[in-house]
Ligand binder design. Structure first.
Ligand code: UD1
Ligand code: CA
Length: 467
């Protein structure tokens, strides 16, 4: 690894082809922004410093970059005068002088891997070149800078699409936009760039010609896995790269011991963490910082965002967000776990149950048709079918507590704030408005009356009406 590595991340362009109010590099893919993926890869190359060039929407892009790379220096490019100008602005931001190796990357290549950057920087350093270009051979090179080589195969120049001759446009080897420089050479070359070209811009790629003229070494590193250097300029490319990124993540997890029944309908974000022998059934989406422990089975048709799932838990047809599910617990089918849900070991959140901001203790069950909001339920308690934790009085939310080993009847309403003790019971149809002590039975439904002969009398009344 280069001992003294500076990485410049170019992210000043707006990305008009996205047709979006959101900057191109902030578009999400695989659970991070595009630039989030790039910064992640960059950090794996262990740079001494990172300089990010921002311009369009710097107020949103700048803080986002610092979130992903806290030590980065932000350089502001006032007008988008080209990649060469962007690097000039970057060097200026650190006082104009830099030593060691400088790696320039663009902010929109979400599939880029840290190890590719490392290998590239290492090769550049070992070869003691002035400039190295990371290149790829693509099916359709339109829009890219073409790599022009001489008869010996040495890189002579990079020619941009707009400036290329018809013969040069036939070249399939392209500039990925990722280049490595000897810092001293770069500092000098940046000052020599001119914008006398079809784009009227300062091209960073002109440094290749400058190095050649000075008799310095230029080299290229061809990356076989060309998708790593592909950028998403519009939403069609974003979706294509998104599917490919997901395919790679799913394959990596299968190789790490996760069973994925249907890779095509399984979506796993980059920051999700899975354990061995997890099983993912078709239609499963694991989003954000979701963590799933060994032997858990998720799906089918389940979305979990920022959830933590315990060993051997079973989650069926569920939508969950910011929920913690204990070992051996069971959820669904058709459960909605809202933020702050915590289910203890071997607990159950069953069918057509919605939970929010509630702790349900070990072995406790909410099996059917219920809403549990702002509640604390002890251990080994059973909540009857069709129970509503009425947590909202129209103005404020209130909490309900239910103790351990308590059994509540079906079709109950708990009007918060209220508390039901340990080993307590409630009758079917109870509306709990006052606290229930430990061991007590609460009933609130009025005693049932049976009115004998009612059907016959009603029939008689009806036939009178018809007369
Ligand atoms: C650039 C390369 C081209 C390469 C292609 C790969 C140049 C002159 N051309 O072309 O050889 O094949 O990338 O995608 O370098 N940016 C700034 N400030 C600017 C201009 C650009 O920060 O003034 C940033 C953009 O936000 C983007 C990156 O630099 O992240 C590349 O800019 P872009 O306009 O996409 O360059 P291309 O024309 O695609
Ligand atoms: Ca581009």
């Amino acid at each position: 690894m280069p001992k003294n590595l500076t990485v410049v991340v170019l992210a000043a362009g707006g990305g008009t082809r996205m047709k979006s109010k959101t900057m191109k590099v902030l578009h999400p893919i695989g659970g991070r922004s595009m630039i989030g993926h790039v910064l992640h890869a960059v950090q794996q190359a262990e740079p001494t410093q990172i300089i990010a060039v921002v311009g369009t929407q710097r107020d949103t892009v700048g803080p986002h970059i610092l979130e992903h790379a806290p030590g980065a220096v932000l350089a502001v490019q006032e007008s988008l005068d080209g990649t060469g100008d962007a690097v000039r602005v970057a060097l200026q931001a650190i006082g104009g002088s830099v030593t060691g190796t400088v790696l320039v990357v663009t902010g929109d290549t979400p599939l880029l891997r840290g190890e590719s950057l490392r290998d590239f920087a290492e090769e550049h350093d070992a070869a003691e070149r002035a400039v190295s270009v990371l290149t790829g051979v693509v099916g359709n090179p339109f829009g890219y800078g073409r790599i022009v080589r001489n008869d010996e195969g040495d890189v002579e120049a990079i020619v941009e699409e707009k400036d290329a001759t018809p013969a040069q446009r036939e070249i399939a080897e392209i500039n990925s936009g990722i280049l490595a420089f000897d810092a001293e050479f770069l500092t000098g070359a940046i000052g020599q760039l001119r914008n006398h070209n079809a784009g009227g811009e300062y091209y960073l790629t002109d440094t290749v010609g400058i190095a050649r003229e000075a008799g310095l070494t230029v080299g290229a590193h061809l990356l076989d896995d060309v998708m790593q250097t592909e950028g998403a300029n519009d939403r069609v490319q974003l979706a294509t790269l998104g599917r490919e990124l997901n395919r790679r993540i799913v394959v990596d997890w299968m190789r790490a011991g996760v069973t994925v029944m249907d890779p095509a309908t399984t979506w796993i974000d980059a920051d999700v963490v899975l354990s061995r022998d997890v099983t993912l059934l078709p239609g499963t989406q694991l989003i954000g910082a979701t963590v799933v422990a060994e032997d858990a089975v998720i799906g089918p048709d389940t979305t979990l965002k920022d959830c933590e799932i315990g060993v051997g838990a079973r989650i069926v047809r569920t939508h969950g967000e910011l929920a913690v599910i204990g070992d051996g617990a069971s959820v669904g089918p058709f459960a909605y776990l809202r933020p702050g849900t915590s289910l203890g070991e071997a607990g159950k959140i069953g069918t057509f149950v919605e939970t929010k901001n509630s702790t349900i203790g070990a072995g406790s069950k909410v099996p059917h048709l219920s809403y549990v909001g702002d509640a604390e339920i002890g251990e080994a308690t059973n909540i009857g079918a069709g129970t509503i934790f009425a947590n909202y009085d129209g103005k404020k939310k209130h909490r309900t507590t239910v103790g351990s080993r308590t059994k509540t009847g079906s079709n109950n309403t708990f009007i918060a704030p209220v508390s039901i003790g340990d080993d307590a019971s409630t009758g079917g149809g109870t509306t709990v408005r006052r606290d229930v002590p430990d061991g007590a039975l609460a009933v609130s439904a009025s005693p049932q009356r049976n009115i004998a002969g009612w059907a016959a009398r009603r029939a008689a009344l009806d036939s009178d009406d018809e007369k």
